[in-house]
Design a protein around this ligand. Structure first.
Ligand SMILES: C[S@@+](CC[C@H](N)C(=O)[O-])C[C@H]1O[C@@H](n2cnc3c(N)ncnc32)[C@H](O)[C@@H]1O
Length: 251
């Protein structure tokens, strides 16, 4: 198994080739130069946007501040107007918007509309989802038709027993059914996008299922399979204890 990587360099090149305009390219070069010159006053604008449609999640992953119900903020959905004005301000310079961060984006009923809006403004769009949600045929079709380019599937196991140790409250059968329905819909509509990536976070409790999950992803026709490194909560008071519990290779 290849060493886990976080950056998707191949996707970055694809996004640049597909979404470049003169303004975006100039801004990209400016930002990279300012970064290398260690400038503290910046003229460049962000070329990748991270917009979380909600800070609420349906799962209770034990290393995630949202799953631990720790954000210290009230759970809410981003209003459409906030999203629209952010995209209107930044889309002339930005290449891409990641429509996820710490919540489960598909819980916000406006997320598919947000993807379509960003797509219409010429932005690349990426979503990461646990997909452990009941979705209607219409919702699946809207998602595939939204212009979404990249869909990351957070699935850290190949059996319910292993999967739910980290993805607490998650239902693997439902997730896999949704993956199949998205792929079927994509085929039916004759589309190549979104690209689906099965993302697996190897930890103590699931490392024995990496190969099984990879085989399953190939059987199902998922485009990519990738392992990423596990992270511990930034402000954990007991990082060693958590490490012992979850990290591979710890005693
Ligand atoms: C916090 S989730 C929120 C988005 C969405 N709900 C999902 O499950 O994909 C964002 C990303 O963080 C990843 N993630 C969750 N726990 C993690 C951990 N302990 N270390 C590294 N990445 C993690 C998820 O797999 C996902 O790709």
């Amino acid at each position: 198994m290849a060493a886990p990587t976080y950056a998707r360099h191949s996707q970055a090149l694809r996004v640049i080739l597909r979404h470049s305009t003169f303004k975006r390219l100039l801004n990209f070069i400016r930002v990279e130069m300012e970064f290398r010159l260690r400038k503290t006053r910046l003229k460049g604008k962000p070329y990748i946007l991270v917009v979380d449609p909600t800070n609420v999640c349906n799962l209770r992953c034990p290393l995630c501040p949202t799953g631990l119900l720790e954000p210290g903020r009230k759970g809410s959905m981003m209003p459409w107007e906030t999203f629209q004005s952010t995209i209107d301000q930044l889309s002339p310079w930005a290449y891409k918007v990641n429509l996820f961060n710490w919540g489960e984006s598909l819980l916000n009923k406006e997320t598919t509309r947000m993807i379509s809006y960003a797509n219409d403004k010429g932005l690349a769009t990426t979503l990461s989802s646990n997909l452990s949600i009941k979705l209607s045929d219409e919702q699946i079709e809207d998602l595939v038709n939204s212009g979404l380019e990249f869909l990351c599937l957070s699935i850290d196991g190949a059996t319910q027993e292993t999967y739910e140790k980290y993805r607490r409250l998650g239902k693997l059968d439902l997730v896999l059914e949704n993956v199949s329905r998205i792929l079927e819909c994509r085929n039916k509509l004759g589309k190549k996008l979104p690209i689906l990536e099965w993302q697996f976070i190897p930890m103590k409790q699931n490392e024995h299922e990496i190969e099984k999950a990879k085989e399953l992803s190939e059987q199902m026709g998922v485009d990519l399979f990738r392992c990423i490194p596990v992270g511990l909560p930034f402000d954990s008071r007991e990082p060693e204890k958590l490490g012992q519990e979850w990290l591979q290779g710890s005693l």
